[in-house]
Design a protein around this ligand. Sequence first.
Ligand SMILES: *Cc1c(COP(=O)(O)O)cnc(C)c1O
Length: 381
Amino acid sequence: MEFDTLCIHGNDTRYDSTGAISVPIFQSATFAHPGVGLSTGYDYSRLQNPTREHLEKTIAKLENGIDAMAFSTGMAAIAVLMELFCPGSHIIASDDLYGGSHRLFSHISAKNGLSFDFVDTSDISKTAELIKPETKAIFVETPTNPMMQVTDLAAVSELCKQHGLLLIVDNTFLTPYFQKPLNFGADIVVHSGTKYLGGHNDTLAGFLVVSDEALSEKLRFIYKTTGACLSPFDSWLMIRGIKTLAVRMERQQENAVKIAQWLRTQKKIRSVHYVGLPAHPHYEVSMKQTTGFGAMISFETDSERTALDILEHVKVIQYAESLGGVESLITYPMLQTHADIPKQEREAKGINERLLRLSVGLEAASDLIADLEQALEAGRT
Ligand SMILES: *Cc1c(COP(=O)(O)O)cnc(C)c1O
């Protein structure tokens, strides 16, 4: 089945006998046993719930995995993932990471005895140099947030295989519509479903997807024990969002290309980071492993004043955290997603007072460009 069809019919299980086209919301905490020692397959909603199961089966198919677990947030998914590792384990992670993941690793996982090295994982030899006997995994975000660096998935997967490490890929930015990390040898895919998968800025969710039975068993055990599962109603909202994933991704990308090209022509914009521009340093690597570039752009303005002017004057685009939804959002990474990253480390990556990140939504590209244009103009008066 094609991806577009899987978004709508990825799980063909019938959960009731009414013929309902939309999967029912099974708002039940628990399920009656048909007899002693018998189960309908559903016992208690922390372990499994039919609505959530429908969502999980759909996500597993979209990512080409054998199992997917749905969490209350992306961070809950990553926190559970860290429970796979015992104290003393060492993990190598992309240095330009989602701020929340960086915070979890540095302040919570570290306290639990894990150690981390952050490195530009687009540089494979630099990454390889950090491997030591205690290393257990490489955690990659590609493209990264907000600098849009791309890691060669086949190369990093090869490195992991050589050293017996797990390869974990946060696929939030591209979704399986544009990138399927399991196909390139990743062991675990992470998602903030809050972003493109849900797609409407109305629901928080997270996922872990695996292609291996043993890993699925281990993670399911932690999942059911720790309990950060997605509610039936939020599962339903995610199912509904995913039905339009393919068309949203296409159109948002189309808008992003237009906006990235326009930004490049603006005098007050110094540089534009968008993987889909052939001038992007990782355009070629991206072409090898993705079927698209997504709709996330970051750009550097000529001054802090210009950055503030844009944030204060945009009208259609909204100044808000998060990304991936139908509404275009602009953020100030320095003050928002990356506020907890030490200043020196942050600035070395180019996350400074002039950098803005734009999540391009589904509005007309012409309206988005006009909005940015008037915000740039407003600052001049
Ligand atoms: C938002 C985000 C997360 C965290 O997900 P939440 O749903 O906000 O908890 C993790 N990784 C990336 C790349 C994200 O953008």
